[in-house]
Design a protein around this ligand. Structure first.
Ligand SMILES: [Mg+2]
Length: 280
């Protein structure tokens, strides 16, 4: 029995990352469609956990289906964007203005029906700032608009709006040779600037992997504690799973390879080459 088969036998619920595990920008990753089909036929419980914020859970489900990944229902998708929206629904007062940093598609992700959702570059004030994505908006102008609004809010009432951070990654590999700033770096920038200008820092809540919130939501939806995470990124999928106290497996079909593994909190319990299962 291979490592993947043994792990499946030992855990009743599987958590799968999306990008680099099931699909990439070219479509389905080799063996992923057959693997999900295998889970479906065995009635194995699984969820996909993704830090994608520019699309709703139904949109992510549709995208997986279009790419040949036969997910059984949209309820199997847990996205960082939807966790931010759920937090707003439960904790942000009705009628509040929530500004987002990210592409315009984030508006639909955050829509609750009871909040005023605006792009950060298109408002003069906000009560809460949601940092959802690191691209799809004019970087410098948007961050400077956010900083200016923070200063205005402070002058108006002494308050610094709460930040909701969907992905705390500060930098990540875009591919094997190129690196990108993640939206976590925007919090660092705003925080440093506000400390210099006001001597104050805003409160920040993190939602996506490696935050516990995402794994806690998977535990809640599955009603299970025998969970295993399969992901391609050490700093998000693997670190988050390890911190939450569940089994972690790095799959080598995405961003990280064996040479990136270090002996720290992001070291995976298992490494698997791909999602190939011998006896389909
Ligand atoms: Mg990934």
């Amino acid at each position: 029995m291979g490592t993947l088969e043994r792990l499946l036998a030992d855990h009743s619920t599987l958590l799968l990352d999306v990008m680099g595990v099931l699909i990439n920008k070219n479509g389905a990753i080799e063996h992923a469609p057959q693997f999900v089909d295998y889970l479906n036929r065995r009635d194995k419980q699984y969820f996909v956990l993704t830090n994608i914020c520019g699309d709703t859970e139904i949109g992510i489900y549709d995208r997986l289906l279009r790419n040949g990944i036969p997910l059984v229902s949209p309820e199997r998708v847990i996205s960082a964007g939807s966790l931010v929206q759920a937090y707003m629904r439960d904790h942000v007062p009705k009628g509040a203005t929530v500004a987002f940093i990210g592409p315009q598609t984030c508006r639909a992700v955050l829509e609750t029906g009871s909040h005023h959702i605006v792009s950060c570059g298109e408002t003069e004030l906000f009560d809460v700032l949601a940092l959802l994505d690191d691209e799809g908006f004019p970087f410098r102008e948007t961050l400077e608009a956010a900083l200016t609004i923070y200063l205005r809010c402070f002058r108006n009432g002494g308050q610094l709006p709460l930040m909701l951070l969907a992905n705390s990654d500060r930098a990540y590999p875009r591919n094997s040779d190129n690196y990108a700033f993640g939206s976590g770096i925007f919090v660092t920038m705003l925080d440093e600037a506000l400390k210099k200008l006001l001597g104050r820092s805003p409160d920040v809540l993190s939602f996506g992997k490696p935050s516990d919130r995402m794994f806690a939501e998977a535990k809640r939806r599955s009603g299970d504690s025998s969970l295993m995470m399969i992901g391609d990124q050490l700093a998000t999928d693997i670190l988050g799973a390890n911190n939450f106290g569940i089994t972690s497996a790095l799959v080598l079909t995405g961003l990280n390879s064996r040479q990136h593994i270090t002996k720290d909190a992001s070291a995976p319990n298992y490494v698997i080459d791909n999602l190939y299962i011998a006896r389909m």
